[in-house]
Ligand binder design. Structure first.
Ligand code: GLU
Length: 498
């Protein structure tokens, strides 16, 4: 197969919010397509009107765009195999279902759910396979007429071949499923609505998909799907080839349980709102089952694309590790040119994240501190707390920090600091002389710099931790710094024992 003939698909159902498992699947398909110079088809599997929402559809598109995972065919991009929303392809599925029945690959099944359940239980009790028992496989026309006269409804069931299905999974190697474990299955509901089990392979066939890379949770449906591709080839739907499959490993969350869509840490929006960079998040998600090299966790998407080989994906479950995701993101943040970092922070420097009014914000002051913040934030949203002292009229009131820094004696130290700082003015109001002044004030009280600066930091920023203090004071300016120390001293005076 030439490289450019690779066609993969990302085909989510638009239910709920996009989650990290979904993004991992999209990413691996995208990297595979880009590595081979092939085509990524983005298809929306919206055949479940009760669960699909337009909001979720919009979010999917928006998320892929934000991440930079571009698609070649699909919504908005168009393409020769459209429409790419299954809800707009219903006539086509109906037609295929009829042709499958006409060719004997599928049949009408009149068993009621109660009958199925009774027989399933019996099979279980007798230790037989509990899948569909083939009751309606070869109904004579009179029996069908009788069922219809009774007013029974029917679904359409696909007839599985009686021999084993073997395929070579690109991640797991050769797998064989014996017929007793893969029974005939429904492809059209009694209402006439086609099921996912039909429409997903039909579209793979029509869209000429060559490789299916998807989660391990779908592995058990693969033999059914392969049988269906063969039947589709038989009735002339698509080009007649069966795609190769690669099942990506499970992602485990807390307590070694599968990370579920419902767990908060699986929601993509959480990462976006906290200020993960797409490059950082994708870098981390690529490690869920793959690695560039044993000793290399940090890389760009270009590097991933160049190196990506589906055969290198590990079949063992991957563990989702938020701390590692954050550390990788922090590294990507540090690697940005500082101007890009400052620009990327913009959303967290205004409403709804920033606690200051828009007119209090000063871009030039922010840019002075941006290089110092860049090496300290893990996610971009950390920026807000790091620079709020610059834009708020008063530092945030953080009682814990106050208690920690304003121990007995803190007032005396602060007073000394105040008088030394007050001596600095104009050009002397710079980080280095500011530091010397605080050092000298501390020494007078027998304190090292770290201890001496603690009450000053809380007086000025409200917090015990933050950006380098003296650079912060330089940007904040003499007047505002001294005023804040005055305010803290007044508060201390009203508080006996300090
Ligand atoms: N719509 C299916 C899902 O979201 C896609 C399964 C597949 O990739 O084949 O689970």
């Amino acid at each position: 197969m030439t490289d450019a003939s690779v066609r993969v698909r990302f085909c989510p159902s638009p239910t709920g919010n996009p989650h990290v498992g979904l993004v991992r699947t999209a990413l691996f398909n995208w990297a595979f397509a880009r590595h081979h110079g092939g085509t990524l088809v983005f298809r929306i599997e919206d055949t479940d009107a009760a669960r699909d929402t337009e909001e979720s559809y919009e979010q999917l598109l928006d998320s892929l765009r934000w991440l930079g995972l571009d698609w070649d065919e699909g919504p908005e991009a168009g393409g020769p195999h459209g429409p790419y929303r299954q809800s707009q392809r219903m006539d086509l599925y109906r037609d295929v279902a009829e042709r499958l029945q006409a060719a004997g690959h599928a049949y009408r099944c009149f068993c009621t759910p109660e009958e199925l359940e009774t027989r399933r239980e019996l099979a279980r009790a007798e230790g037989r396979p509990s899948g569909y028992d083939g009751m309606c496989r070869d109904l004579p026309p009179e029996q069908i007429a009788e069922y219809e006269a009774e007013g029974r409804t029917s679904i359409v069931r696909f007839r599985m071949p009686d021999e084993p299905i073997t395929f070579t999974d690109l991640v797991r190697g050769e797998l064989t499923f014996s017929p007793e474990n893969v029974s005939d299955y429904g492809i059209v509901r009694a209402s006439g609505a086609p099921l996912y089990t039909l429409v997903n392979p039909v579209d793979d066939a029509l869209m000429e998909i060559t490789h299916v890379l998807r989660g391990e949770d779908l592995l058990s449906s693969t033999p059914r799907q392969i049988a269906l591709y063969r039947a589709l080839a038989d009735i002339g739907v698509g080009k007649g080839t069966t795609p190769a499959f690669g099942h990506l490993p499970y992602v485990m969350g807390e307590g070694n349980k599968k990370l579920s869509k419902r767990q908060p840490e699986s929601a993509l929006n959480l990462y976006r709102e906290r200020g993960f960079l797409p490059a950082g998040l994708l870098n981390y998600l690529s490690l869920l089952g793959w690695s560039l090299a044993e000793d290399r966790d940090i890389f760009t998407m270009d590097e991933m694309v160049a190196a990506f080989d589906i055969h290198d994906v590990n079949a063992n479950p991957a563990r989702f590790d938020l701390k590692k995701a954050e550390a990788i993101n922090a590294t990507h943040i540090r690697e940005l040119p500082v101007a890009d970092f400052a620009a990327a922070c913009a959303p967290w420097l205004r409403e709804p994240y920033a606690p200051w009014a828009p007119e209090q914000f000063d871009q030039a002051a922010f840019e002075e501190l941006a290089p110092l913040a860049q090496t300290r934030v893990t996610v971009l949203s950390d920026i807000t707390d790091n620079v709020d002292f610059l834009f708020l009229d008063e530092p945030v009131a953080d009682e814990k920090s106050w208690q920690k820094a304003m121990k007995p004696g803190a007032g005396d130290v602060l007073r000394s600091i105040h008088s030394r700082l007050a001596e600095l003015a104009g050009d002397a109001w710079r980080a280095e002389p500011l530091k010397e002044a605080v050092l000298a004030a501390g020494e007078a009280h027998g304190l090292k710099l770290g201890k001496a600066q603690a009450p000053l930091r809380v007086a000025v920023t409200g917090r015990t931790v933050g950006l380098p203090l003296f650079e912060s004071l330089e940007v904040l300016g003499r007047e505002r710094t001294l005023l804040r120390v005055d305010t803290a001293l007044a508060k201390l005076a009203a508080q006996p024992g300090t």
